[in-house]
Design a protein around this ligand. Structure first.
Ligand code: SAM
Length: 276
């Protein structure tokens, strides 16, 4: 038995036949010290309502419950994991609800309506859908969003793009969207060997907190401008933004047309989007 009185994760995996599937991005964290570290990165969880994506055999779920979470709603696509997760739900009556479904088809804002604005999203995300989910969570129409924070595991390279600032090699669409509406920081890295099976690359946990009053702009237009500007990141903006208004647009936003995308601050991208 382990600290929470449930069996060790290796035993759970063996008993339920949960051999990792690559197609589902399954790289499990089996060391409860490491899952506890991820839970700590989410801050004080006493009484918190948490949305988790991809609980798998439940290592992070268990750490979140041990850290004091009052309620977890976890969306898992792999039916094979449901029995193992049901054992955790039985151990913590009334605290864990598992939704068997695809996170990309899930309306997360409606999963815990009574905790709107206070929910924490915590997940060791499947890498194939991590960026897509993050962009959705960063670009809802209404702000502040349904969550109070997000603590998410990404490949390190993606994490660096999320926290990147102007001038950084990794600065691009993700850095602009994250910088616009949130404050994001890398909490810590985990080497491939921390996971079973080990992925090819290092992973990082990113902690993201919404800004109360981000600059006003249409998210779709900001995305469009940013994608066009970084789509040709070595070119001057008058060239890369040609199809969106080029020099005239840049003049309206008060931005020198000979600059390149990587030199623009988030506020300057917002000015461009608002001038479009
Ligand atoms: N939370 C576990 C851990 O830390 O050990 C597992 C993390 S593993 C990186 C990703 C999990 O997401 C797997 O359990 C996988 O089955 C699940 N998953 C993959 N695609 C999904 C999807 N579209 N919707 C919901 N869950 C998904």
């Amino acid at each position: 038995m382990t600290a929470d009185g449930l069996p060790p994760l290796r035993e759970v995996i063996a008993r339920h036949g949960l051999a990792a599937k690559k197609s589902l991005g399954q790289n499990f964290l089996l060391d409860l010290n490491l899952t506890a570290k991820v839970a700590r990165a989410a801050g004080n969880l006493d009484g918190a309502t948490i949305l988790e994506v991809g609980p798998g055999p439940g290592g992070l779920t268990r750490a979140l419950l041990m850290a004091g979470a009052a309620r977890i709603i976890a969306v898992e696509r792999d039916e094979r994991c449901l029995e193992a997760l049901a054992e955790i739900a039985t151990h913590y009556p009334g605290q864990l609800e598992v939704v068997n479904g695809d996170a990309l088809e899930t309306d997360f804002a409606s999963l815990a309506p009574q905790a709107y604005g206070a929910v924490r999203i915590v997940a060791n995300l499947p890498y194939n859908i991590g960026t897509e989910l993050l962009v959705r969570w960063l670009t809802p129409e209404n702000w502040p969003p349904f969550y109070a924070s997000m603590t998410l595991m990404f490949q390190r390279e993606v994490a660096q793009r999320i926290v990147a600032c102007p001038g950084d090699k990794a600065y691009g669409r993700l850095g602009v969207l994250a910088g616009w509406r949130t404050k994001a920081k890398i909490a810590f890295d985990l080497p491939p060997q921390a996971f079973t099976p080990p992925p090819k690359v290092t992973s990082s946990v990113v902690h993201i907190v919404p800004r109360a009053e981000p600059l006003a702009v249409d998210g779709k237009r900001l995305t469009e401008i940013t994608e066009a500007a970084f789509g040709q990141r070595r070119k001057m903006l008058r060239q890369s933004l040609k199809s969106l208004g080029g020099e005239a647009l840049l003049a309206r936003a008060g931005i020198d047309a000979t600059r390149r995308a990587e030199t623009l601050s988030v506020a300057e991208f917002v000015a461009l989007a608002n001038a479009a």
